[in-house]
Design a protein around this ligand. Structure first.
Ligand code: FDA
Length: 392
């Protein structure tokens, strides 16, 4: 180990999705790039993403599918490196993929192909990738100086690409926020997003026995709405519709679920009251909802022909506008992403450079830009990584 720091044009902290894209872009421009990570392997979240098949982008990627303190911030980067640019890279490497639903593109095979592609592009640009490096200090004088347990490095440009604290057991950390604060950049309070919601005992008494049941629903929270499945779990609710609204939900707020999005539930029940007068309520509900749910929901035996219209309307309203207040979320341990992060007001939307700290950049999940579920978060990593990779 030498005390003289090794010199580069740019140092990127974090060899995840954004850091790899930034490194390969700068490497292709002939920049001398060091890519540092404390993990023993690059792109670990890519490897586990999309159930191991990596939902690497979304055909519908555009700025209104991202949450940020500045809803316009992502526009420039998404435009200059779009989903089509990433698809072209995937095609160049002959990685087979398919659209699963809602514009979501997944590998036909393993997510490992995406990491291999990014590493091959980094190697082509002579990126110096160093894994298993614990970063012990970051400082700036004439340039940035990085101390690690395996030596010292320096460069005029430093890119923060260490992501957010979601899934700490994989080595995720709030490191980018600490370094941002060290250089005076504001950080919007982070919280878990794309995360299952938990409920108090009273609601759980209904939900827990239904664990494993999923229902095509519309979930609403804070003005946002998503139509996809909800899934009952032992701790509350999950499934894509719930994960999506978890990003919009604020503690204490009520969420609303429409469990029969294609049906006027009151019309349906009142019609069945006459056409199937002798049927039990649970049987009638079981025609349009999963049996297990219908049985639990109907609770006591009741013959629909003997029920009052008013009671049927109340049931219909509960199915169409089920209002429930989550107790919380399953936290960073289960959150796919972190909402909040380095405040975009401190960054250039063109280059991701810090406005007041020459040479400092922030990209990917560390920044206060959070995508919907469905490949949007990787697209932000690619787009912001490219923007900085072109500038450093
Ligand atoms: P990312 O987390 O990828 O990389 C950060 C890197 O920094 C890591 O390599 C880490 O080891 C390193 N690091 C952290 N702290 C450090 C420190 N102190 N010192 C040195 N290095 C440090 N998105 C999507 O679009 N489609 C999908 O299919 C999925 N699926 C999915 C599944 C699961 C289970 C999770 C948890 C997340 C997803 N995501 C997703 C979200 C996606 O993984 C996420 O948005 C991107 O990985 C963010 O890319 P970044 O490069 O910003 O961070």
């Amino acid at each position: 180990m030498t005390d003289t720091p090794k010199a580069y044009d740019a140092i990127i902290l974090g060899a995840g999705a954004a850091g790899l894209m930034c490194a390969l872009t700068a490497g292709a421009r002939g920049r001398r790039v060091l890519l540092l990570d404390h993990a023993p392997e690059a792109g670990k979240k890519i490897l586990i993403s999309g159930g191991g098949r990596c939902n690497f982008t979304n055909l519908e990627s555009r700025a209104d599918r991202f949450l940020s303190g500045n809803p316009h911030f992502a526009k420039s980067a998404l435009k200059r490196y779009s989903q089509h640019d990433f698809i072209a890279l995937v095609d160049k490497h002959r990685i087979a993929y398919h659209e699963k639903k809602l514009g979501q593109l997944f590998c036909d095979g393993s997510a490992r192909a995406i990491v291999a592609m990014l590493l091959a592009e980094c190697a082509a640009g002579d990126v110096d990738l160093r894994l298993g490096h614990k970063i012990t200090s970051v400082s700036k004088s004439d340039q940035f100086y990085i101390d690690t347990n395996h030596g010292k490095f320096r460069a005029p440009s430093l890119v923060l690409a260490t992501g957010g604290p979601s899934i700490p057991k994989m080595g995720a950390s709030g490191f980018a926020y600490d370094i941002a604060r060290q250089f005076g950049l504001p950080v919007i309070a982070p919280r878990p997003a794309l995360v299952p919601l938990t409920f108090a005992a009273e609601d759980l008494a209904f939900m827990t026995p239904l664990s494993g049941v999923s229902i095509d629903s519309i979930a609403r929270a804070d003005g946002a709405m998503f139509r996809e499945n909800i899934l009952f779990t032992h701790r509350g609710l999950s499934g894509p519709a719930i994960l999506q609204i978890s990003s919009y939900w604020q503690p204490g707020e009520t969420i609303h679920l429409d469990l029969l999005p294609d049906l006027d539930a009151a019309d349906y029940l009142l019609d069945r009251k006459h056409t199937r007068a002798k049927a039990e309520l649970k049987t009638v509900l079981g025609e349009v909802l999963p049996q297990r749910f219908a049985q639990s929901f109907a609770n006591a035996p009741a013959v629909i022909g003997q029920m009052q219209d008013k009671a049927l309307r109340v049931i219909a309203e509960r199915l169409k506008r089920w209002a429930i207040t989550p107790a919380g979320t399953e936290g960073y341990a289960k959150a796919e992403v972190t909402i909040g992060g380095i405040d975009t007001t401190a960054l250039s939307s063109k280059t991701m450079a810090a406005r007041d700290v020459p040479g400092l950049y922030a990209i990917g999940e560390a920044v206060d830009v959070t995508g919907w579920l469905g490949g949007y978060n990787f697209q932000w990593a690619w787009s912001s990584g490219y923007a900085a990779g072109e500038a450093i």
